[in-house]
Design a protein. Structure first.
Length: 150
């Protein structure tokens, strides 16, 4: 049980209360930047993103029985969504900042079927609205990076 609380709260970030999702996304940006300072390595980044998503589904299922459906302490979904946002994007401070803004927009506003994914059962519903928010943010960020030279 402790493992799932630590995992789902992303090492306790979820316990800070209001703004925990944004704090988790920002922490992910910082880790992503330093992890890729020497250049983006495709396979470890994708593997880590898949692992985080799988752990989020598993832990989301477990902690739902304790805290209820998609409790605000659970922020591993923001970590996964932020990782998806940054996949295949050149690692620069500006690109990461734009990715953070885009991801939080899609995660908070929940347009384009994102909100519907919250209805999935257990950890699937916890994770997949943020996964789709990350996909949308990544697509938009890819367009910005490629067509608006920054």
């Amino acid at each position: 049980m402790l493992f799932h609380k630590i995992t789902s709260t992303s090492f306790g970030i979820g316990y800070i209360g209001k703004g925990a999702g944004t704090a988790a996304a920002v922490a992910t940006c910082v880790v992503w930047y330093y992890a890729h300072a020497d250049g983006f390595n495709f396979m470890p980044a994708v593997a880590a993103t898949i692992l985080i998503t799988a752990l989020g589904i598993w832990s989301g299922n477990v902690v739902e029985s304790i805290w209820g459906k998609d409790h605000n302490r659970v922020v591993i979904d923001e970590v996964a969504g932020m990782c998806i946002t940054l996949l295949w994007i050149p690692v620069t401070p500006l690109n990461i900042l734009l990715g953070l803004i885009l991801f939080r927009f899609f995660d908070i506003v929940k347009p384009l079927f994102i909100r519907k994914l919250e209805d999935l059962p257990g950890g699937w519903g916890v994770m997949f609205d943020d996964v789709l928010a990350g996909v949308y943010a990544n697509i938009l960020l890819q367009l910005i990076v490629r067509f608006i030279i920054i």
